[in-house]
Design a protein around this ligand. Structure first.
Ligand code: S3P
Length: 175
């Protein structure tokens, strides 16, 4: 299947949303490269602006501060065009943020199974939410799915990045 950029007519921004470890950042980077667009990882952008890691922001300023900072950063970088943006797992679970992204571009939900998420993420120290117990995370996962599903497109995260990318490209270029 060959893809032509002009078939993405009118789309200036592609936002990837979904739970932690669904592969948003690595897929987003690969997608941007394929399209010849710019890529921004929102978590990284927040860290640069705040000059702190995410665990430090959570610890020193609190989760609410982080949530405000990521939404504010999202709005600022959404002035750019021809850009793929990988968002943090909490932003795509915020209805207001999803509506905002939908008004600015195409929103794609990268959907990972809960068991796969556990396998991939383990006890990653850079993700403060992973300090929560498995049951609490499962509840959060189910709750968030209701908002993630408001995205324009739904792509299942596969075991291989190449396969996920193929699905993502097919979803984006489908008429
Ligand atoms: C979060 C996900 C993280 C990061 C922060 C909070 C969440 O991003 O924004 O740790 O609430 O799900 P990833 O989805 O890239 O892990």
């Amino acid at each position: 299947m060959s893809y032509r950029k002009d078939k993405l007519s009118g789309i200036l921004r592609i936002y990837l949303i979904g739970f932690m470890c669904s592969g948003k950042s690595s897929l987003g980077r690969a997608l941007a490269q394929n399209l010849g667009w710019k890529f921004i990882d929102l978590d990284e952008e927040v860290m640069v602006r705040e000059r702190m890691t995410i665990p430090e922001i959570f610890q020193e300023k609190g989760e609410d501060y982080f949530r405000e900072a990521e939404f504010k950063t999202l709005k600022e970088i959404s002035t750019l065009e021809y850009i793929v943006i990988a968002t943090g797992g909490g932003l795509g679970a915020n209805r207001e943020a999803v509506e905002y992204m939908k008004s600015m571009g195409k929103v794609v939900w990268i959907d990972v199974d809960f068991e796969e998420f556990l396998k991939r993420c383990g006890k990653d120290k850079n993700r403060p939410l992973l300090r929560r117990g498995e049951e609490e995370l499962r509840k959060l996962f189910e709750e968030r799915k209701k908002i993630y599903s408001l995205a324009h497109l739904h792509v299942k995260s596969k075991n291989s990045k190449e396969e996920s990318l193929r699905e993502l490209m097919q979803a984006l270029f489908k008429k």
